[in-house]
Write a protein that binds this ligand. Structure first.
Ligand code: FES
Ligand SMILES: [Fe+2]
Length: 432
């Protein structure tokens, strides 16, 4: 976080703890049509306009560390292969043979200088170029250069590998907005290592799943036992342009450690035995606060301690089913500290299990709901849904499925800062 914003954020944290209503002028959210969660037309629009045109987390450099290592990836829809080329560059391709369209690599992870399609043995190298075909005499004029694997846009953000099926999409940096500098700066994505990677199935539309990840209003209901949530229900919310957002709150103190397990800062007799490598660039402010970023459309990054952070991607697998792909990232050589990571992973699994256990009840009920009503703490959900309609193109959304845009540009970070400053001055003035 930029130094000149620290003071503002410190005061915002205190303001959110004590506020008795929503900020003056902040919109009341209109009812959302629940069909957005179960109408196949909206699902198809999301697939076509959102998931085929957005930057999506496909993996981490650790998962294909050397030249010729590859990773296949199907969560985004089309089959994808990430291939570490002999020139050191990581590229993404459709994992689809240029002969008759078969999926080529079938293992999730592998290492091979070339890869052969199983059907008629066309062979591609680790830069995606077609290098040999069987019985070439039958293809006398075939120009191999025209039959390389089809590339997909691929950009790195530190160790993270992002793909985008849309050649016309903005750069990753523009897409991430203010979060980009945070991630490459004090969150040091360039120094990250993969500690844990798993995928859970969820019995609900992907939006219900991610929406549980962008509000903390449910924390005191569902996670009472697993998380002494401290002040998570009073987070400092920042809405970013294009649908992304962030929530920040003061981390629980060491006295809450018993309930928080590893998710607590090392302070006041905290996790004294924790010798895991720390993020060397994190500021004091950021190590005392938890930050939850939502990057449009389907990623959450949650920082928990100076030793690492958790990431979830939410993938639609059908109208009423989805996957939650969960990573924990550490820094440097974090792998040897297995018992501490295992403790954190168990804690995260326990918390996420509570979400997954519940979420089927929302899916079950929502088809009979007359409408969804969101409150201030759920602003990031409304913001995400406004952005989904915008990305789809409002003219493409059937009128009855649209969400009414009510969040004006004045509430988009950093335009919101003077509004909150005025609000805090007003509240302080009234208290005097
Ligand atoms: S489909 Fe791949 S070689 Fe024929
Ligand atoms: Fe939750």
């Amino acid at each position: 976080m930029k130094a000149d914003l620290l003071d503002h954020f410190e005061r915002r944290v205190r303001y959110t703890e004590t506020r008795t209503t929503t900020p003056r002028g902040f919109p009341d959210f209109p009812i959302i049509n629940p069909s957005r969660y179960y109408d196949p037309r909206y699902y198809d629009l999301e697939q076509k306009h959102v998931f085929r045109k957005s930057w999506l987390l496909a993996g981490h450099r650790d998962q294909l560390p050397q030249p010729s290592c590859y990773k296949t990836f199907k969560h985004a829809g089309p089959p994808v292969i990430l291939f570490h080329g002999s020139d050191g560059e990581i590229r993404a391709f459709y994992n689809v043979c240029r002969h008759r369209g078969a999926v080529i690599a079938t293992k999730e992870f592998g290492k091979s200088r070339t890869i052969a399609c199983g059907y008629h043995s066309w062979v591609y190298d680790n830069k995606g170029e077609l290098v040999s075909i069987r019985e070439q005499r039958d293809f006398p004029d075939l120009d191999f250069k025209c039959f390389s694997l089809v590339p997909i846009r691929c950009e790195m953000l530190g160790g993270m590998i992002f793909i985008n099926f849309d050649d016309d999409a903005p750069s990753l940096k523009d897409w991430f907005g203010p979060a980009y500098d945070d991630f490459l700066g004090e969150y040091a994505f360039d120094l990250t290592t993969v500690i844990h990677h798993t995928v859970w199935n969820a019995p609900c539309n992907w939006k219900l799943l991610i929406e549980g990840g962008v509000e903390n209003y449910h924390g005191q209901s569902i996670h009472k036992k697993t998380l002494a949530f401290g002040r998570q229900d009073q987070g400092v919310i920042s809405l970013y342009a294009n649908g992304s957002s962030r929530d920040a709150f003061l981390q629980a103190k060491a006295k809450d450690e018993a309930a928080l397990g590893g998710f607590v800062r090392e302070a006041e007799g905290g996790v004294a035995e924790d010798r895991r490598p720390r993020n060397p660039r994190i500021s004091e402010f950021s190590s005392e606060h938890n930050f939850f970023y939502n990057i449009f459309p389907n990623m959450n990054f949650g920082t928990f301690t100076p030793v690492g952070f958790a990431t979830s991607c939410y993938w639609p697998t059908g109208l009423g089913t989805s996957n939650q792909e969960f990573y924990i990232f550490g820094y440097g050589d974090g792998a040897p500290h297995r018992e501490l990571w295992d403790r954190d992973i168990k804690q995260a699994r326990d918390v996420l299990a509570e979400d997954l256990d519940f979420i089927g009840r929302v899916q079950e009920g929502i088809t009979s709901s007359p409408g969804v009503k969101l409150g201030f703490q759920e602003s990031r959900i409304y913001h995400l849904n406004e952005a989904l309609d915008a990305k789809i193109g409002i003219e493409n959304v059937p009128p009855e499925l649209r969400i009414e845009p009510v969040i004006g540009p004045e509430w988009i970070y950093p335009n919101d800062i003077p509004l909150y400053e005025a609000e805090m001055a007003r509240v302080e003035g009234a208290a005097r």
